[in-house]
Structures are given as C-alpha cells and as structure tokens.
Design a protein around this ligand. Structure first.
Ligand SMILES: Cc1ncc(COP(=O)(O)O)c(C=O)c1O
Length: 453
C-alpha cells in the first residue's frame, strides 16, 4: 500500500505526514483535505528519473500533468529537472504558471482545437504529438500563420492490449488515440507530415494504458514503434530522434498490491530500444517517459471526517464521509479500490468491523470503499485514504454544488496551503445572472458565514 514515505503515528496516536499531525491539518484547513508530502513527491520523481538515466543515458522524464496539475506541485517537480506532458490549453497555462520551460512540454490529445494549437505554438511548446488527420491540417495552418516550423511526434496506436481496466486501455485496436500501425493510416500520416514544409517529424509516441504491471508490455510497445520507425526510414530516410512509450507504470492502489519495479521497467525499455537500434542501424534516440500516477499518486492522502452511519440489517453498514465522488470519482468510474485508516487515533488492537465507506453525494454509486475492515468509526473521526494524489482532484467536480477541497503540501513539520477550499461564491462565479435585491442580500449573508481557508 502506498502511503507517503513520511507517514508516522505520533505518541498521541494521530497519523502524521511530513511531521505534521493529521488532526492539526483537519482542524486548521477543514475536511475533506488533500495532503501532499513533498519528500515523497521528490523521492519518487528522482527514483524514476535516475532509474531511466541509469538504464539508458539519453532518457528524459516528463510528468503527465493530467494526473493532477497544481502549479505549486509542478514547481517542485521542475526543481527535480522534470518536464511536463500536457493535454489541453488549460494545462499549458498551468505549466507556464508553474515556471515550466515550454520547450520541455509535450502536447497530447485526440481532439486539440485550433485555438489550443495556436496557444501551444505561440508559447513555444517543444513537441506536439499529432493524433489524427485533422490535426495535421490544423497544425500546418497554425505553423504557417505563425511563420514557425513545429517539431512533432506521431502518436501511434500500436495495437498492444494491456491487462488493465478497459477504461484505462489506450493502445488496443479499438482506441480513439493515435494512428493505427496495422494498416496504412500511420504511414500515410507520416508521409503527409514529411511533405509538410512546416512540420518536422522527429519521432513517435504510443501510450498503451494506465496501471500496467508488466514491464514487458513497454518493450512490446517500443518494438512496434521502432518497427514502424524502420518503415518510415526505409521510405523517407527519416530517423527517429525521439521515442516516447508513454507512462502507465502500475502503482498499488490498495493494501493488496505492490508498485511496478521501476528498474525493471527502465531496463526493459532500454533493452528494447537498443536492440531495435542495433537491428536497424539507427543512432540512439532520446527516450522520453511520461508517468503521472507513479510520481504523484503515493504523495497524496485524502482526509475525510466521518459523519452519519446506517445499518442495513444482514447486508452492510454504511459509514458516510464528508467527501466522495466529487473529489474522487475513480471508484465509481473504474471500480478503483482504495485502502483507509483511522487518522485521529491509533486503532492498533481494536477489533475490526466490515463497513462500506459512502460518499455524501446524491448517487447510490457514490461509494468510496466497499466492504473494508476498519475499527469502530464514530462521528467526527478522521479517515485517511492513501494513493489520493493521482486522478482524484484532477477529475474533481462541483457535483451537488459542493466546493472542492483545500490542498496542502507538508514538509519539515510544517504545512503550506497550495489551494484554498472553494467557497459558495466560487461555485457561481461563472454564472451570468443578476439576482433580485432580496436574493443578493441572503446570498451575502451565506457567503459571509461560509468563509474559506
Ligand atoms: C499520453 C499519456 N501519457 C502518459 C499518461 C500517464 O499515465 P499514468 O498516470 O498511468 O502514468 C497518460 C494517461 O492517460 C497518457 O494518456
């Protein structure tokens, strides 16, 4: 199970992260609260970066910002020499805000708009991963209008099926991402790009999915990419300067698993790329890997307060928390399985009971953890859920018009707020409506009561 590396129990029994007590954090910032441990974030980024550099000298690590792109957290990753994979104009904007050099960004997405491509080109984003025919035409036109030559990689659909949740597979035959390599589509796309005076085809990309635990799948993906690179080289003489086999390194979500061994992954990637270069006489390209979850997932913990409790005789006991699918939709979306522990007292030695942790939102499917063994939970107890750093806040919504949680970073016994809890005013900020005078008065009273941290 992936708790932050600094997780401890204090003498009083409270869980601590980065030397800061969960009880103090909840008191100061309220719950639900997302807590990121700076040491874990840095260590994980360094370990992945170093494993790849050790296995293959020409490696580069970029963080897949879709896992959770907070300027403050990204700034920490930047200090570790890590670039950024973005999938929208908003992520480019946040990356720039964090101080990322746009040349260190890779822009992905299966339906980038012209406006987003213009933003990327104007900002000087280093690489654009071309995903479809429309995009070739759009990007050509954007590059022409801006008078630039844009470096691109071609996103391939390698037809590599991985054994992960079907909603997390991106490289199987039936996928909306990339150009299929098994018919003429990818080669025709490469030809169009090669013929364009405005687009410079520097390499290839494929990302086959998330939560992958078998490193040989990355080797297979690289084999397919390099085979395709060989076809393009024979036809047009274009060498692959950059090869990107995506991210997707598996991380244990709950108590039952272990992370993928990153050295094995890096070695498998290095061996596949070196073998292909030897076979085809290519000079070694730059290898870029773009994990999201494996960097940020275990650095984050969600803290919730326990509220109501309901027993359905002979079936189950529901214990409700003050968050749920609006801050973490993964259990509802993917059936993702989480672990949890009591954060405000040490439950060691207490008998465990089987309960279902329910969210507070108006959906029966809003269940955070089904059938989990926990000590007796009382109203006001604090529940800590590990592995909450990835794809939770990134997919958070204001469902039921709920303000999204505050976010803090902990390090060296202190906490720093990096995102304040949303207020009711934030919820309606984008609505265009002039309230009647009386409603405006009530509205002011409510927002005055509901202060933010
Ligand atoms: C193109 C691309 N790269 C990298 C990732 C990161 O995946 P993960 O967070 O599983 O490492 C994704 C996730 O969807 C992706 O689509």
């Amino acid at each position: 199970m992936s708790w932050p590396e600094t997780t401890r129990r204090s003498a009083e029994g409270s869980l601590e992260f980065g030397g800061v007590s969960a009880v103090d954090l909840a008191r100061e910032y309220g719950t639900p609260l997302y807590v990121f441990d700076e040491e874990t974030l840095r260590n994980r980024a360094r370990r992945i970066r170093d494993a790849f550099l050790h296995a293959y000298e020409r490696s580069r690590l970029v963080y897949a910002g879709k896992a959770y792109l907070s300027p403050a957290l990204m700034h920490i990753l930047l200090e570790e020499g890590i670039g950024l994979d973005v999938v929208s104009g908003g992520e480019i904007f946040a990356g720039l805000r964090a101080g990322v050099d746009p040349a260190e960004m890779i822009f992905h997405g299966n339906n980038k708009s012209r406006a987003e491509l213009e933003e990327a080109v104007a900002a000087g984003v280093g690489l654009i991963a071309i995903d479809n025919d429309l995009e070739i035409a759009l990007l050509e036109s954007v590059a022409h209008d801006s008078g630039r030559i844009v470096e691109v990689v071609l996103r391939l659909n390698p037809g590599v099926d991985v054994h992960t949740h079907h909603k997390m597979r991106t490289g199987a035959v039936d996928s909306k991402f990339g150009f299929p390599v098994w018919d003429s589509q990818a080669e025709e796309a490469a030809t169009r790009i090669f013929r364009s005076p405005r687009l410079d085809l520097v390499g290839y990309h494929a990302h086959v999915g998330s939560q992958i635990f078998d490193p040989m799948l990355v080797a297979r993906t690289i084999d397919v990419i390099m085979k395709f690179a060989g076809c393009v080289h024979r036809r047009w003489g274009v060498l692959p300067k950059v090869v990107i086999p995506g991210g997707g390194f598996g991380v244990a979500d709950d108590a039952s698993g272990a992370d993928v061994p990153i050295d094995e992954w890096a070695n498998a990637a290095a061996m596949a790329i070196e073998r292909a270069c030897r076979d085809q006489g290519f000079p070694p390209p730059v290898l870029i890997v773009e994990p999201g979850r494996a960097i940020i997932g275990p650095a984050g913990v969600a803290l919730y307060s326990i509220g109501s409790r309901k027993m359905v005789p002979g079936i189950r006991t529901y214990v409700s928390i003050d968050g749920g699918m609006a801050d973490n939709i993964r259990p509802a979306l993917y059936g993702a399985r989480y672990a949890a522990t009591l954060a405000n007292r040490d439950p060691a030695g207490e008998p465990l009971k089987r309960v279902t942790i329910a969210g507070k939102y108006c959906e029966s499917g809003d269940v955070l953890i089904d059938n989990v063994f926990l000590p007796e939970l009382d109203t006001g107890d604090l529940l800590a859920v590990p592995m909450a750093g990835a794809y939770c806040l990134a997919m958070a919504s204001n469902y039921n018009l709920s303000p999204r949680p505050a976010v803090v970073i902990v390090a060296n016994r202190s906490a720093r707020l990096i995102r304040r809890r949303e207020t009711y005013d934030d919820l309606l900020r984008s609505d265009v409506f002039d309230p009647p005078v009386s409603a405006a008065r009530d509205d002011r009273r409510l927002s005055a009561k509901k202060g933010s941290v």
